[in-house]
Write a protein that binds this ligand. Structure first.
Ligand SMILES: Cc1cc2nc3c(=O)[nH]c(=O)nc-3n(C[C@H](O)[C@H](O)[C@H](O)COP(=O)(O)OP(=O)(O)OC[C@H]3O[C@@H](n4cnc5c(N)ncnc54)[C@H](O)[C@@H]3O)c2cc1C
Length: 429
């Protein structure tokens, strides 16, 4: 039975890139996934096209307990690195609004090409069986290796895999229909790592029964959102204005999905339905004086929404007749519409999960401080990106970082082992 230099659990973007890069640097690699093909979640990304990265990448585009570490990882692996990867994979791409980079082939193309490159680099795949029954990392007595060398051992389906280093790139439990689970995060916790409970991110928001904008499902328009917590408001989205979609249960669309990443139970949501057209200016326009307030709104938003937003006693009054207080109420209803979501649609409908293995028990190279030679990368870490290609970017960036760390560590071990052997066998006289 071979002892691999490294076993990687999870053949998503993080595990695939880590495996490819580590194998290209001469390490023997086992790549394990419970699915019978690599990159299942990657294949559905971006509506099937894959939004792989973003021109604007900052730590502000991530929800994480350690923004400084995320910033350092992004600096070492900027957008251009993903673009180089796409060129190398011969995957054409285009830039869309907000700097989003989408592939021009099915997203599964990236998974397939990365898997082919892993094959070329002699990565051994163990597919179709979950990794389980881990024996805690132990000191290996095997002949010819340094006495303090550990091995990790587990079953991949029914096959035993043993390796000197272990990388957990098992993703998060978001979207369980794609086979996601939190089993590997539980293992990390059992081995002493600090794990923040997973919570849905990039998930539709659910409104309480009887909220005033019920029945508008299907309507979509550009809005700016704010969250208010303990009397303080903040904008969840660095990009500002994005589409909001009314659903049967509440709101979705890019604006709501981004807000869900930072929303906490009890937070108030403030919606600006005309972020680029201030109501006071509209009311002041010369030829608007004779318009009914409701009709003025309906010129700039779907009529059903205008009906729902315009205070009843103002709807049938002419703009010119509105007093100072009325004008303020109308502006408030349009620009600061307040509601309190009851929750999100949960991990089942979330694209990613916030929370996960925190950086407090990891080095800056994403190696465990508690279990040497154990690494983490990708979405299992306490990092969730906002909408725009940030999550796949993070998976690739952290996977590449771990591969470099593994190669460096292997080189150091070889040096130590040869130094050690050299000293041991130099005859004394
Ligand atoms: C519908 C949808 C659309 C998305 N679109 C985008 C997008 O356009 N852009 C973007 O940036 N992000 C997008 N995301 C998020 C993105 O896909 C993930 O953040 C990314 O795939 C995470 O990569 P990863 O390698 O960390 O984990 P994953 O891609 O989740 O891969 C982890 C792998 O580990 C395997 N695994 C888990 N446990 C075990 C075990 N015990 N044994 C063996 N294998 C195991 C799983 O089977 C899985 O294949 C989307 C997500 C969803 C659900």
């Amino acid at each position: 039975m071979p002892i691999y230099d490294v076993a990687i659990i999870g053949a998503g973007p993080a595990g695939l890139l880590c495996a490819r890069n580590a194998a290209r640097r001469g390490l023997s690699v086992a790549l394990v996934d419970s699915h019978d093909r690599p990159g299942v979640k990657l294949s559905v990304a971006g509506g099937g096209r894959g939004n792989f990265t973003n021109r604007t990448l900052t730590e502000r585009h991530y929800v994480t307990g350690d923004p400084a570490l995320v910033r350092a990882v992004l600096r070492a692996f900027p957008c251009e690195k993903v673009l180089d990867l796409l060129r190398e994979l011969r995957l054409p791409f285009e830039e869309r609004d907000f700097g989003q980079i989408f592939g021009l082939r099915p997203a599964s193309f990236m998974a397939d090409r990365l898997a082919m490159q892993c094959d070329d680099a002699r990565v051994d795949f163990y597919l179709g069986g979950a990794a389980h029954s881990f024996t805690p990392p132990s000191v290996s007595p095997a002949f010819g290796r340094a006495d303090n060398e550990r091995t990790f051992s587990f079953l991949a389906g029914r096959e035993r895999v043993t390796a000197r280093a272990l990388v957990i790139a098992a993703g998060s439990p978001a979207c369980p229909a794609l086979g996601s689970s939190d089993a590997m995060a539980k293992l990390a916790a059992a081995w002493g790592h600090d794990v923040v409970p997973f919570r849905p991110a990039l998930a539709p928001l659910v409104m309480p029964d009887g909220w005033p904008l019920a029945g508008l499902e299907g309507i979509s328009l550009n809005v700016r959102l704010e969250l208010r917590r303990n009397g303080e408001s903040f904008r969840p989205d660095p990009e500002g204005i994005r589409p909001l979609l009314f659903t049967h249960r509440g709101v979705s669309g890019p604006a709501a999905l981004v807000a869900s990443c930072l929303w906490k139970q009890g937070d108030e949501l403030l919606i600006d339905f005309l972020p680029e057209l201030p109501v006071p200016e509209l009311l002041d326009e010369k030829d608007h004086g004779k318009l009914l307030a409701r009709n003025l709104l309906a010129r700039h938003m779907p009529a059903r929404l205008a009906d729902a937003l315009c205070p009843e006693d103002l709807a049938r009054r002419k703009c010119a007749e509105l007093g100072k207080k009325d004008r303020l109420r109308l502006a408030q209803a349009v620009h600061r519409f307040s509601c309190r979501p009851a929750g999100t649609e949960g991990l089942k409908r979330a694209e990613v999960a916030a929370g996960g293995v925190t950086f407090s028990s990891l080095s800056r190279k994403l190696e465990s401080r508690l279990v040497p030679d154990l690494y983490f990368c990708g979405e299992i870490l306490d990092v969730a990106g906002l909408l725009g290609g940030y999550n796949i970017h993070w998976a690739l960036a952290s996977g590449a970082l771990v591969a470099s760390a593994l190669a460096k560590r292997a080189a150091e071990k070889t040096d130590v082992a040869s130094d050690f052997r050299g000293r041991r066998f130099v005859p004394k006289d």
